[in-house]
Design a protein around this ligand. Structure first.
Ligand SMILES: Cc1cc2nc3c(=O)[nH]c(=O)nc-3n(C[C@H](O)[C@H](O)[C@H](O)COP(=O)(O)OP(=O)(O)OC[C@H]3O[C@@H](n4cnc5c(N)ncnc54)[C@H](O)[C@@H]3O)c2cc1C
Length: 511
């Protein structure tokens, strides 16, 4: 039986972050860990696929947001032998054919007049009703303090009033999560993923009226706001490059964990081999992890309570020019219930190298509740195509679809369901007391810390906790990392802990 200090399940960004940190801890020596993944390529869901016709698609729209809070991650990226495409992340929302740039709630002046009047009236009425009672303001402050743990439906009503919620916020959230906002916790909105801004942008009546009169947009980006992305090969190029640092003896692809014993601290692999571990860092989805521990039957009920959304991805490579109305856009969310996708991405706008010259590409994301069977691919594909034609993205003169790509991800979005944090606070300590750390996008099951940089740093930080007892920042404090303060603190803790561990080395132990 093979015996390792740390067994890592999953070669996505989180597992790779953990592996690299373990390698860093043993400069010049042999790091005592094994990383296993069922896939043939490292990168997890941050991989990319290129069709025979040369169009590259990620598993959903991926960009790297500026990671001021993760100086170490930014440094790692800078050191990779990759060329980068950098662009301004122009995004927006399609409301029945009317385009509102992000943040849509600040650009309501773009709405047709009848809708605009209703929106303004509704906001004013809402403010008037809650004035004096301290209502909206008090609730607002409670949210900022993190005291109120309400549902997303109420959060949206409180911030945006009835009409704007109904027109914009409710359909956007319902389509992305495949669940009603009233079934979601508002926690992720307070510490949302993919942003250095703590809260979802608020509406500002003064700015709204100014924009209306001046005919200007209130954009969520400036020419200086840039996101980075590999010039070629998609997001997957990043993770393939990072994985090259892992010695062959430490990584076993095409292999997954079948079952785990917490009592014996062993894992049975799909190769038939049993591995003894001191610590297990699992980045497989938490529900799958809980089901793979047969001796803890009570975990099954907990696994059943975890709510997820399935992602259905439809990519189209088109010969011809990008329709003018969408030129320069990275992505566009869609409110219409008649269109199946919640977001359309434009991979070749993010990086020209994502397809051949003289072409453009479109990647649609459809969300379905993970608890119901997947819709027929044929019917869904037909609806997606019809909707793209309605939006003017397919079927234009002098264009031709020359490549298609489809994929279904069962664990697409970790839904921030009501009661999520209570459930996690019951399950995670039980696992950790046995030396199992469930981290990453679906390992932690926290959307607000599930982007590539968050996932990578969760892996790094859990290893620092195991080796040096440094508290984890990303996993433990989503608000702080998304507010761009954590890295400095982590680095300070790290330096102190390393100094102390040199004085009295810490043994790897559970907890
Ligand atoms: C639809 C979609 C859109 C996204 N958009 C963005 C974006 O715009 N920006 C951004 O930064 N990030 C985005 N992400 C997130 C990004 O892909 C994740 O941050 C990243 O993939 C999560 O890394 P991870 O290592 O936590 O998990 P994963 O990438 O899911 O990796 C987990 C790994 O565990 C493996 N595994 C599963 N079961 C077992 C087992 N039994 N034994 C061993 N291994 C196992 C899997 O094969 C997988 O490789 C998006 C993700 C999705 C799905």
């Amino acid at each position: 039986m093979r015996s390792v200090r740390v067994l890592i399940a999953g070669a996505g960004p989180c597992g790779l972050g953990a592996a690299l940190e373990l390698l860093d801890a043993e400069p010049g020596g042999t790091a005592d860990f094994l990383l296993v993944d069922p896939g043939s390529t490292p990168g997890g869901w941050a991989q990319s696929r290129t069709t025979a016709q040369g169009f590259t698609f990620d598993f959903g729209g991926h960009v790297l947001f500026p990671h001021k809070h993760y100086a170490r991650f930014a440094e790692l990226l800078r050191g990779l032998p990759l060329e980068w495409a950098s662009s301004v992340p122009e995004r927006g929302v399609d409301v029945d054919g009317c385009f509102l740039p992000y943040p849509a709630q600040r650009n309501l002046h773009r709405l047709p007049l009848h809708r605009l009047v209703r929106a303004i009236a509704s906001v004013l009425l809402h403010r008037f009703r809650t004035r004096g009672t301290g209502g909206a303001q008090a609730e607002e402050q409670a949210h900022v303090r993190g005291a109120a743990d309400g549902n997303m439906g109420r959060y949206l009503q409180t911030r945006f009033g009835h009409y704007v919620t109904k027109l914009l916020m409710q359909p956007l959230n319902q389509k992305q999560w495949a669940h009603q906002p009233a079934q979601l916790t508002d926690v992720w909105a307070r510490h949302r993923s993919g942003s250095t801004v703590r809260n979802v942008a608020d509406m500002d009546m003064g700015r709204m009226l100014r924009n209306l009169l001046a005919g200007t947009d209130d954009l969520g980006w400036t020419p200086e706001t840039k996101v980075t992305y590999p010039a070629k090969g998609g997001s997957g190029a990043i993770w393939s490059a990072i994985a090259r640092a892992i010695p062959d003896e430490n990584i076993q692809l095409g292999t997954h964990i079948v079952s785990i014993s917490l009592e014996d601290k062993t894992a049975l692999l799909s190769t038939g081999e049993t591995v003894q571990w001191e610590q297990l860092i699992s980045t497989m989805p938490l529900d799958m992890l809980l089901r793979s521990i047969p001796e803890r039957k009570e975990f099954r009920a907990k696994a059943d309570q975890l709510v997820k959304a399935r992602s259905r991805l439809f990519g189209f490579g088109v010969r011809g020019s990008m329709p003018h109305a969408y030129a320069g856009l990275h992505s566009c969310q869609v409110t219409s219930a008649e269109m199946p996708f919640w977001r359309v991405n434009f991979p070749m706008t993010v990086a020209e190298g994502n397809g051949p010259e003289g072409c453009y590409s479109v990647l649609c994301e459809v969300s379905e509740p993970g608890s119901v069977p997947a819709r027929s691919a044929e019917a869904l594909r037909a609806e997606v195509q019809q909707s793209l034609v309605r939006m003017g993205l397919l079927g234009k003169a002098n264009t031709e679809v020359i490549s298609t790509w489809e994929y279904t991800i069962e664990h697409g979005y970790p839904v921030p369901f009501l009661g999520r944090d209570t459930l996690l606070s019951e399950v995670q300590p039980l696992l950790e007391s046995a030396g199992v750390y469930s981290r990453g996008r679906f390992g932690a099951w926290r959307y607000e810390i599930s982007n590539q940089d968050h996932a990578y740093m969760q892996g790094v930080e859990v290893v620092r906790r195991i080796l040096y007892r440094i508290p984890e920042e990303t996993y433990g404090n989503a608000g702080a990392v998304n507010e761009a303060v954590a890295e400095q603190k982590v680095m300070k803790n790290f330096a102190t802990a390393v100094r102390e561990s040199v004085k009295s080395p810490v043994r790897v132990s559970a907890g």
